[in-house]
Design a protein around this ligand. Structure first.
Ligand SMILES: N[C@@H](CCC(=O)N[C@@H](CS)C(=O)NCC(=O)O)C(=O)O
Length: 228
């Protein structure tokens, strides 16, 4: 039997790459990880992802797939053990809906609230809190966002809230995840970060702080007060 080629092209601090890594690890699928420099892209990356030129890129034998949500659905359908998406079509739809909501509303607002200043920061902070309130409601006392209190598609899709978001908050000198305001998310965050698959794969906090601090300053000089 020929061995399968399973590769993940990533970047060490990317929340998009981590969701793919977590999906593979939760399934117990072995893969080769290849670190790319997103500031100095290799021909390999440009050839494998000519459309977006971004990581993650997933390679399975001759097949190449980009975009993290598309990749994790492919992984879930290809390696069917430990399903990530719920079996019920309505619950599947809801998991996708909230994953996309967090990506479109929360991530953008949260990141803007960190690097911006003044009115722009205030507006973004408000939007961040409003989006988090909606996500808090989804937990409804559950351990995880997945069905049967198991870690699933939505947990890994919004997994960045557990680790990246507090680091971003520290960079921007704001407390985004107030435990009193978000008791459900706070408890989920502790549980999620303590899950063996997640715990053992996170990049060092100090390196993340330094990296995102630098990135936030770059964003401020590019987009600050320009009405982004
Ligand atoms: N929507 C994409 C986002 C991927 C993304 O933004 N990746 C960043 C790394 S965090 C990247 O490759 N950036 C390079 C660039 O923007 O040129 C996904 O979900 O996979």
């Amino acid at each position: 039997m020929e061995t399968e080629v399973i590769k993940l092209l990533g970047f060490w601090s990317s929340p998009f790459v981590f969701r793919v890594e977590w999906a593979l690890k939760l399934k117990g699928v072995e893969f080769e990880y290849i670190e790319e420099d997103i500031f100095n892209k290799t021909n390999r990356l440009l050839e494998l992802n000519p459309v977006h030129k971004k990581v993650p890129v997933f390679v399975h034998d001759q097949k190449v797939i980009a975009e993290s949500f598309v990749i994790i659905e492919y992984i879930d359908e290809t390696w069917t053990q430990n399903p990530l998406l719920p079996q019920d079509p309505y619950q599947r739809a809801m998991a996708r809906f909230w994953a996309r909501f967090a990506e479109e509303k929360l991530m953008d607002a949260a990141w803007t609230s960190i690097w911006s200043k003044g009115e722009q920061k205030e507006r973004a902070e408000k939007e961040t809190i409003e989006a988090l309130e909606k996500i808090e409601e989804q937990l409804k006392g559950k351990k995880y966002f997945g069905v049967d209190d198991k870690i699933g598609y939505l947990d890994i899709s919004i997994g960045w809230i557990s680790y990246w978001l507090p680091i971003w908050g520290e960079v921007g000198s704001i407390e985004i995840l107030d435990p009193k305001k978000f008791p459900g998310i706070t408890a989920w965050k502790t549980r999620f970060l303590d899950h063996p698959v997640i715990r053992d794969s996170l990049p060092p906090r100090d390196k993340m702080l330094e990296y995102f601090h630098k990135r936030s300053q770059e964003w401020y000089s590019r987009f600050g007060l320009s009405g982004k």
